[in-house]
Design a protein around this ligand. Structure first.
Ligand code: MN
Length: 308
């Protein structure tokens, strides 16, 4: 069941009440009115919040200026910034960049930037390029192979665990590692497409742009002025979606190799199940072995040692 909420002034809420006049139900506490139509249940609160619930909640909210993607749970005001992409970027030639593996105890961080031209977008959509998080590993591998065969200009960098742990011990935050990976991949792609017209670069946002810029500056790098940041960018940009697929496919492949080294199929994520697996590995291979297959600063290492 869908759920959307918008905030309205009292005038609009009165207008709504009139509009839903024939559908009014008992008014719950703190509410101005409640109505139930075929489309949705609508509850307007004294706070100005109006809640739409039901299969057509988004459609109903939109009548009143609601954002169709809005979900009341996710709608907590996010700090915004000036580097949001113009909506024209998604259809124009552009570079998209995304990473994978940052939340997984085992395995590297992989990052991929891809250049996609306007005329390639229909095909990418057709073959099912979308957010890698919604695809199975098999589908990701298949799509990544296809993308590579299409000869899209791309750059993939794998930050292996040894290097990750070394940088981490030098006080690099994961945010800085990610920023430098995005930056390096983008630079590589730009070098490949010199002649091509590009409307800009879109990074799947993992931190505020000024923080990203600070990381770059700490390594003597500057942000390209046509760089944009957006959360969930893979849902809007086929270039970011393509990057997320290649990065994920690489992560999956790396995990298969590390699993062979560890002698067991390594788990993704960083749950309690992972702690148990880590303990097993420490028993069979020794703790030092972890630094070549895992992000050892994660709290999981300590928790696993408590299990020994
Ligand atoms: Mn991402």
């Amino acid at each position: 069941m869908g759920q959307n909420s918008i905030t309205c002034d009292t005038k609009t809420i009165q207008k709504m009440k009139e509009y839903y006049n024939t559908y009014l139900e008992n008014t719950p506490p703190y509410a101005v009115f409640r109505a139930k139509t075929q489309q949705a249940a609508i509850t307007a609160y004294q706070s100005g919040k109006v809640l739409f619930q039901g299969d057509k909640a988004a459609e109903e909210a939109r009548k009143w200026g609601g954002d169709t993607h809005a979900n009341s749970k996710k709608k907590a005001a996010k700090p915004t910034h000036e580097k949001q992409p113009p909506s024209t970027l998604f259809q124009a030639n552009h570079i998209g960049s995304d990473e994978s593996g940052t939340g997984d105890y085992f395995g590297p961080i992989t990052n991929c930037a891809v250049f996609v031209k306007h005329e390639q977008m229909a095909l990418l959509k057709e073959i099912g390029v979308q957010d890698s998080k919604t695809l199975t590993d098999e589908k990701i591998k298949e799509l990544a192979t296809y993308l590579v065969e299409m000869e899209l200009p791309y750059s993939l960098i794998v930050l292996k665990n040894e290097k990750y742990n070394e940088l981490q011990s030098k006080k690099w935050t994961q945010g800085k590692m990610k920023a430098m990976l995005h930056d390096a991949c983008i630079k590589n792609v730009q070098a490949k497409i010199q002649q091509e017209e590009s409307s800009g670069i879109l990074i799947d946002q993992f931190c505020m742009p000024h923080v990203y810029e600070k990381h770059l500056a700490s390594e003597g790098r500057k942000l390209d002025p046509h760089t944009y940041f957006m959360t969930k960018a893979e849902n809007h940009s086929l270039a970011v979606a393509a990057g997320s697929i290649i990065a994920r496919a690489s992560f999956v492949q790396e995990m298969e190799q590390l699993s062979d080294m560890a002698g067991m199929p390594l788990l993704k994520g960083a749950s309690g199940k992972v702690d148990i697996q880590i303990a097993k590995i420490i028993r069979s291979k020794g703790e030092a072995f972890l630094s070549s297959i895992a992000k050892i600063h994660f709290a999981n290492t300590k928790k696993a040692k408590n299990l020994l």
